[in-house]
Ligand binder design. Structure first.
Ligand code: SAH
Length: 346
């Protein structure tokens, strides 16, 4: 099934202005997708939706950060792309264990999907969060920040380039025989090794803004997503109702993603003088946060859930499932502040 509105708008844009860069194509398709659908549970599922254990461990990560930041009176807690609000709900359940922590929280949710915002409101209204559409809308203050992003950056538009015979090309989407197809546009001559690479300008700009905020207000950013530290990348993929599909069909109805380039995040944060932890495979990160002990405890308490809990553990940590492809990266300031989860000693 196609989405006639986005198709005809994209077609007109191509007819009027020529082929669209992959970045522009993704931007248009994703804006429609997230503004009209939101697809979690239908097109894809995420770690917080697999088990509350995930969110509870991130809650402990936040609690540790609160302690290391010296128990500030106000702590701005930001989540980028909170989906159904499940991760934040699980974090706040943990926060209730330390009343001063819960009271300190000033919560901001960065979300563009009206449908998901509605779901988040139902889950999180008692905690009076503030909804904004962009990170920049969050007012600067003197209080430290904790910023969380789980499977957020993979949903931002990404450009794709290749170098062949010392010529750089960018991947575009064009109309051929009334069908959308990929094509290459020559950009410039540039000597260098042959290969392909991805770049998400929107992700890099946002990450830079996050680093600047941490430098002025203190705090930490925790990013969990599927991605790589080094590599050539050609990771654009589409999921429609849980199944892979061509990125050029079901436009605005399928989830489009690209893996996150953690190497470029790390380089930006280090260049700005922040402390960087990771990227580390998600399985190791969760094991450092003692997921094994938490699952063991839950199995003791609920013997009838043994099989389900073991399946959850495998899904979140096993290298063949989410354990290796997914990574965790943290950037923090001041540099003496080392978030937990990145070494097995904490
Ligand atoms: N973090 C959630 C949801 C991941 S899906 C989870 O782990 O379950 C991506 C989320 O980012 C959705 O909430 C989506 O609506 C939101 N989103 C996508 N693009 C966005 C953008 N440009 N600005 C703000 N939110 C966006």
């Amino acid at each position: 099934m196609k989405s006639p509105a986005i198709d005809s708008r994209l077609l007109k844009e191509i007819q009027d202005h020529g082929p669209l860069s992959q970045h522009r194509f993704m931007e248009a398709a994703l804006q429609t997708y997230y503004r009209t659908h939101g697809g979690i549970g239908r097109d894809f599922t995420t770690a917080p939706e697999i088990s509350q254990v995930f969110g509870e461990l991130i809650g402990l990560w936040c609690l540790d950060a609160y302690e290391k930041l010296g128990r500030p009176e106000t702590l701005t807690l930001v989540e980028l792309g909170p989906g159904k609000g499940t991760l934040m709900e699980d974090i706040l359940r943990v926060a209730k264990m330390v009343p001063s922590f819960l009271q300190a929280l000033d919560i901001y949710l960065v979300e563009i999907s009206p449908h998901l915002k509605h779901t988040q409101k139902k889950a999180l209204a008692p905690f009076s969060p503030t909804w904004v559409e962009t990170f920049e809308e969050i007012p600067s203050s003197s209080s430290p920040l904790l910023i969380l992003a789980n499977e957020f950056f993979d949903s931002l538009p990404t450009s794709f380039y290749r170098r062949k015979e010392n010529r750089i090309y960018e991947r575009y989407v064009d109309l051929r025989d009334e069908k959308l197809s990929f094509t290459w546009k020559f950009l410039r001559k540039e000597t260098g090794p042959e290969g392909t690479w991805e770049e998400s300008l929107q992700s890099l700009t946002l990450f830079q803004a996050i680093c600047a905020r941490l430098l002025s207000q203190k705090g930490a950013f925790l990013c969990l997503d599927y991605g790589y530290e080094t590599g050539q990348g050609d990771t654009l993929q589409a999921l429609y109702q849980g199944l892979p599909t061509s990125p050029l069909t079901h436009i605005g109805q399928a989830d489009l993603t690209c893996h996150v380039n953690f190497g470029s995040f790390k380089a930006i944060a280090l260049a700005q003088g922040l402390n960087v932890s990771g990227p580390l495979p998600q399985g190791i990160f969760l094991k450092n946060l003692h997921i094994h002990e938490r699952i063991y405890h839950l199995k003791q308490k609920n013997p009838s859930q043994k099989g389900t809990l073991e399946a959850v553990y495998a899904r979140l940590t096993h290298p063949s499932q989410m354990g290796l492809l997914f990574k965790a990266l943290a950037a923090s300031w001041p540099t003496s502040f080392n978030p937990i989860g990145f070494s097995h000693e904490n």
